[in-house]
Design a protein around this ligand. Structure first.
Ligand code: MG
Ligand code: ZN
Length: 209
């Protein structure tokens, strides 16, 4: 069987959500409320990010700080080694920020293709959504459409995620590893999934196949 892995970044590869790390440092109660509305799917990623960026007044140094401090899953590298050995593609699909993903991957000397929202700095940060899907309208980076574009015929799609931005995309995949809100969602909708705490469980699953 040929497997393809679609992996969320924040709270899945990193132990803590880097968008939450930014909010904790530079946010305010109003922005947490906006974030909560996004979590509840009441507003789109575009609305959420645009509001947050306007008020947080981030500098490139603030972003670098988060890049330095974001801790990754201790078994992620072993997982990548296995997929490389087997020739299975891995894609990071994220409704967070490409610059943070790129920075963390570079820090860890890892090369993985990633798809996310793009930050641009020019005395303040603005954001672009190169993977926005009109027919969806809600995600900044529509993981559902990305998977449709990236998957090759016959590939068994494995999804790993933890949050609300994973609901739709995960439900369309063949095997789901979930924790946090994604696990709750799968449970509530009777979607079969595997609970995972770290990438070690993905390795154990694969070894047992
Ligand atoms: Mg996440
Ligand atoms: Zn979408």
């Amino acid at each position: 069987m040929q497997y393809a892995f679609f992996v969320d970044f924040d709270g899945t590869i990193t132990l803590e959500d880097t968008c939450d790390m930014l909010l904790k440092r530079y946010g305010n109660p109003r922005l947490w409320e906006i974030n909560e509305q996004w979590e509840n799917k009441e507003i789109s990623t575009k609305q959420c990010i645009t509001n947050c960026l306007a008020e947080m007044k981030l500098t490139p140094e603030d972003i670098q700080q988060v890049v330095r401090e974001a801790v990754i899953d201790p078994h992620f590298k072993n997982f990548l080694a296995m997929t490389q050995e087997q020739g299975y593609p891995v894609y990071i699909v994220s409704d967070g920020y490409a610059q943070i993903i790129q920075g963390v991957l570079a820090r860890e000397h890892l090369q993985v293709p990633y798809y996310a929202n793009e930050l641009h700095y020019d005395d303040h940060y603005s954001v672009a959504f190169p993977h926005f899907a009109k027919e969806c309208g809600r995600c900044g980076t529509c993981k559902t459409r990305l998977i449709q574009q990236l998957v090759k015929p016959g590939e068994h799609r494995v999804y790993l995620g933890d949050g609300t931005s994973d609901f739709c995309a995960a439900a369309g995949c063949d095997t789901i590893f979930a924790r946090g809100k994604l696990a709750q969602y799968c449970q509530a909708h009777q979607i079969p999934y595997r609970n995972f705490q770290s990438f070690q469980e993905v390795l154990l699953w694969w070894e047992a196949l």
